[in-house]
Design a protein around this ligand. Structure first.
Ligand SMILES: Nc1nc2c(ncn2[C@@H]2O[C@H](COP(=O)(O)OP(=O)(O)OP(=O)(O)O)[C@@H](O)[C@H]2O)c(=O)[nH]1
Ligand SMILES: [Mg+2]
Length: 356
């Protein structure tokens, strides 16, 4: 990926904040930034509708924290979320901003590892790549209820043993967020402030690769086919069951089946357009959006946007672009063709892998 000089200040360092819906991503960022504009959820349904950058000054280092909508979202598909993450990573790499790492939040009060949590973890691994696990902070949230401390500690142990082991062996560190601004700052301070991480997904996307050819894009496709297959098997089982078992057994089983069938059907419905959306060269698309963002800001204020404003604009464009997908050919084809190559002098600037 070549860095392009858009004459936008790029001294802020980016940090991605990921995690399931309700894990407390926005809450964590709000504590860290003391910015009451960061919207935190009140109901069970998902709150953050699209990724958004938030600025924070941590011990003199300017951070750009990217709040993302969670997986298992009631509104957005896995594809939407992962494409927004890719868009922010593409923006950061194109501008030559430094990426310090990823903060992955997990709600310790959630009693079981749902399918969406396992999918999300797998996507995290594929986005980051094992060589960068040391730049990941695994953070558990919502430790407030003191009476359940032992139960939560046991759960944290299970997480570390059964789900996070490979990440931790690769260098990812675990932390507990105690809910305060001080605790959030102490966690962020654990990031390597000198790092300039290039994630596995960023390496894959450089060179105009379509998103569906990346490891995470392929994984999202496979998850869909697997769930479709499970749904087909369940409907066969349910048909056979009606023919062979007693009425009581049959009704208990079919109630369990229909509950899990509904979850799977919802997943398939929300991801129906994902394969179309993922047929996109996100790096090319993001360059186009950066240019548009600069032009729009100049028209409005006669000035170039800050990195945060440009990022916000690009993420808004990303979100509405993927929302606009309906059945039929992907609209990106027409816009990508109008993409103009980067200026000659900006090419061949190496994208530094690691400062340490
Ligand atoms: N007690 C406690 N509550 C928390 C903590 N983190 C988040 N919450 C609460 O959990 C709810 C969801 O938090 P959000 O920050 O909106 O969750 P999110 O991960 O941004 O969710 P999405 O935007 O839907 O992806 C809110 O009511 C928060 O007040 C925490 O560490 N402790
Ligand atoms: Mg949120």
């Amino acid at each position: 990926m070549e860095v392009v000089d858009w004459h936008i200040p790029t001294d802020a360092c980016m940090v991605l904040v990921l995690g399931e819906t309700g894990a407390g991503k926005s809450f964590f960022i709000r504590k860290l930034t003391s910015n009451s504009e960061v919207k935190v959820g009140h109901a069970l349904e998902s709150c953050t509708q699209r990724s958004q950058p938030w600025e924070a000054d941590i011990g003199g280092t300017q951070l750009l924290l990217i709040d993302t909508p969670g997986f298992d979202d009631t509104v957005r598909s896995d594809g939407d979320v992962v494409l927004e993450i890719a868009s922010s990573l593409s923006f950061q790499a194109t501008l030559g901003m430094r990426l310090l790492g990823i903060i992955y939040l997990h709600d310790i009060t959630v009693p079981r590892m749902r399918g969406s949590l396992k999918r999300e973890l797998e996507m995290l691994r594929l986005i980051v790549g094992p060589e960068n696990y040391r730049n990941v902070l695994l953070v558990t949230t919502k430790w407030g209820d003191k009476s359940r401390r032992r139960e939560y500690e046991n759960r944290q142990f299970q997480l570390e043993e059964n789900y996070w082991e490979d990440l931790m062996l690769g260098g990812a560190a675990c932390h507990r967020f105690e809910g305060s601004a001080d605790s959030a700052k102490a966690i962020v301070a654990q990031l390597n402030f000198r790092a300039n991480v290039v994630l596995a997904l960023q390496k894959e996307l450089a060179g105009s690769t379509s998103f569906n050819q990346t490891a995470v894009g392929r994984y999202a496709e496979q998850s869909r086919s697997k769930i479709q297959h499970e749904l087909d098997s369940m409907s066969t089982m349910s048909r056979d069951d009606t023919m062979t078992t007693s009425r009581t057994t049959s009704s208990a089983l079919s109630s369990t089946l229909s509950q899990s069938t509904t979850e799977k059907e919802e997943f398939l419905r929300s991801t129906a357009l994902d394969s179309q959306k993922m047929d996109v060269k996100i790096d090319d698309q993001v360059r186009l959006w950066i240019k548009e963002a600069i032009r729009e800001e100049k028209e409005r204020t006669k000035q170039k946007p800050s990195a945060a404003r440009a990022m916000n604009s690009v993420l808004a464009k990303t979100s509405s672009f993927f929302k606009s997908f309906k059945s039929g050919p992907a609209p990106y084809q027409s816009t990508v063709s109008s993409y103009t190559p980067v200026p000659q002098q900006a090419q061949n600037i190496p994208y530094v892998a690691e400062l340490e």
